[in-house]
Design a protein. Sequence first.
Length: 261
Amino acid sequence: MKVDLSDKVALVTGSGNGIGLAIADSFARNGAQVIYTDIDVPAVKKEAAKFPSCRGCEMDVRKEDQVKDVVRKIMDEFGRIDILVNNAGVNTVKHRVTFDEFPKDEWDWIIETDLNGVVIVSRVVSPLMVAQQSGRIIHISSICGLVALRLQSAYIAAKHAIVGLTRAMAIELAPKGVLVNAIAPGSTVSEGTKKLFYGPDGKFVDRIQRILDHIPLGRPAKAEEIAHGALFLAAPESAYITGTVLTIDGGWTAGGYARDF
Ligand SMILES: NC(=O)c1ccc[n+]([C@@H]2O[C@H](COP(=O)([O-])OP(=O)(O)OC[C@H]3O[C@@H](n4cnc5c(N)ncnc54)[C@H](O)[C@@H]3O)[C@@H](O)[C@H]2O)c1
């Protein structure tokens, strides 16, 4: 997919790996100057180095002071931020337990990263976009922000909250020229899901058939297919879209595919 992002400056969180990396790369290939940020510092340094006009730096979305510092440096060097993608996110690999048994430390880690991290970065960046009277903010939610799955209550709660936050931010920021949308990916092969169920080489293992049974298109997404959605929402052509959730899930949320009733 080709769009014109030349002269645009984009900040993508969690872009050392997976979906965030695919989004950052697609923006850079379409002309944007992209700041790759992550807690995985070697990864962002390596990935950003592919494009001379891009930068890679450490940024933990849970640490407000670090976020402010990174954004200050971006403003010093580039003078603006046109696109923010709040992609950094985690889910538990250790526990699949009911909500009343969910370990507090894992609950806090997921909510702090997947919800509070999005709020922290948005609160630092959106005033700059308001001052510019233009900007695009894209939150990466999940199909877990639209429907519930059992035994993942913290992730479900955080991702549902992101959908609500998208709508709340969209109506507050629309009069100021800033558009806010979300993407709800379905199961996507990434570094994170390789650890969970796709196996190190992305091939299907163990629990994967249970996931595939719910995907009408019969396969998980590639990270690049999620990136196409982000590219569309960042493009000049989507100037009338705000407050929406773009679902990219191979049909997962369209209905009860795994059973006949
Ligand atoms: N892969 C899927 O099936 C899928 C489906 C729906 C939604 N998502 C969402 O897409 C986003 C990306 O997921 P992914 O599968 O590419 O994950 P991933 O684990 O492959 O990559 C996530 C990246 O975020 C970084 N990160 C983690 N905590 C961070 C923090 N505190 N600050 C900054 N960076 C941090 C990691 O280091 C990693 O590079 C997440 O928000 C995830 O919830 C993924």
